[in-house]
Design a protein around this ligand. Structure first.
Ligand code: V47
Length: 381
């Protein structure tokens, strides 16, 4: 049925597009987000795309987090982790503590250290760079997925160097890839209410584009369930899809459900499980060019993350340890999950669990010494 010269989407028209590999439009996405569009149908379509891209495999990794400081010049309204310079809860880790985290990670068989933190008022660029360098020198087998685009933008400011030079210098120090944080919601009407002073959408994309041009793989995220509308979510997804068309450098998209406790938006309620599942599914359908959708169990909760494997997600992130950003904001998930627990969640969902490294290569463990690992043959979907 034409409306204003355009055809109004329906489940049938969207299904036809999905089956023939055609790209979904903003209007299609808005239709999928309507509460009266049955969630199970949206999930079924998303699951078909997931299967086409990833077969019966569902991924996880063995990883640890490192947040070297929570002291931050910015006051993002959604953040419970940050602290002011003289706040008693503020901390800064020294080299010994940072290396101890690397040692613990290696002892636990981790393949990845996820490193992000605050933008400390008094720390120079050399501190952030040095931290990567000492970790990389001591534990070269540990992949350093480090610094969001917001931090890279801060390093530009601290050094006066262009993005490309900052990234090249960090790669020399040991940077392996970049996480997807700092994206929040790109639309300025919402971004202005969340984090008006930090890197805007144009800057975030410039940094990821440059990283991709240098051969770095990065992830992308969307913080949802606060003051934004479905339109803002779709605008966000479409912007990500456009950069991916240009560079192909995003590996995985991570939808991040807002946790309100202890934040400047604590009067809001957390998104529901149904919103979480719909968002995973709509993301899978809209981001037809991003290989993986991650159901980050820390943030979704274990039950919803497992269910998300039937709504378009193919990755549960990792064992995780020392996560602070979500736990400071009221997440009640455990601090870590064992490999056995993750594999069971995946198997029960009817999928085949595959341990991956940060770059989605198959990790093979020594049966006698599980902390020892090597990269196996390419994964066949
Ligand atoms: O940018 C902060 C979000 C992000 C809250 O790349 C919050 O694999 C909800 O990006 N409620 C950082 N969200 C975390 C992140 C991430 C996590 C896991 C995996 C990957 C990956 C990336 O966390 C921030 C912000 O969007 N965040 N505070 C909060 N109260």
């Amino acid at each position: 049925m034409p409306t204003n010269g355009r055809f109004a989407p329906s489940l049938d028209s969207i299904q036809q597009k999905v089956e023939s590999g055609q790209r979904l439009s903003l209007d299609d996405g808005l239709f999928l987000y309507r509460p009266d569009t049955p969630l199970h149908e949206v999930g079924r379509l998303a699951d078909s795309v997931r299967r086409r891209l990833n077969g019966n495999l569902a991924y996880y990794n063995i990883n640890t987090h490192l947040n070297p400081t929570n002291v931050c010049i910015y006051r993002c309204t959604f953040c419970a982790f940050r602290a002011d310079l003289r706040d008693p809860k503020g901390y800064v880790m020294d080299d010994r503590q940072i290396l101890a985290r690397g040692e613990e990670a290696v002892q636990n068989g981790c393949t990845e250290l996820h490193v992000v933190g605050g933008l400390h008022h008094q720390k120079e660029y050399a501190w952030y760079r040095n931290l990567l360098e000492i970790l990389h020198d001591a534990y070269p087998q540990l992949h350093l997925k480090a610094w969001t685009a917001v931090e890279i933008n801060w390093f530009e400011h601290l050094t006066g160097m262009p993005v490309r030079a900052v990234l090249e210098d960090l790669v020399e120090a040991g940077l392996g890839s970049m996480p997807g944080g700092g994206a929040e919601i790109f639309h300025p009407d919402v971004r202005g209410q969340l984090c008006e002073h930090k890197a805007d959408a144009t800057k975030w994309f410039e940094i990821h584009r440059t990283a991709h041009q240098l051969g770095l793989r990065t992830n992308c995220t969307m913080l949802y369930g606060h003051v934004e509308s479905p339109f803002h979510r779709l605008d966000h997804l479409i912007r990500l899809r456009e950069l991916q068309d240009e560079t192909g450098g995003f590996q995985t998209f991570v939808p991040l459900a807002f946790h309100p406790a202890n934040t400047g938006l604590s009067h809001l309620s957390q998104p529901t499980a149904l919103d979480d599942l719909r968002t995973v599914a709509v993301s899978r359908l809209m981001l037809d060019n991003v290989p993986h959708i991650k159901a980050y169990w820390i943030m979704l909760g274990i039950g919803t993350a497992q269910a998300a494997l039937a709504y378009g997600a193919d990755d549960l992130d990792g064992t995780v340890r020392h996560e602070l950003i979500y736990h400071d904001a009221g997440a009640v998930t455990p601090e870590t999950l064992s490999v056995d627990a993750i594999r069971r969640l995946i198997t029960e969902a009817g999928r085949e669990p595959v341990e991956r490294d940060t770059l989605y290569r198959h990790v093979v463990r020594d049966a006698e010494q599980p902390a020892q690992w090597q990269i196996g043959a390419p994964i066949e979907v």
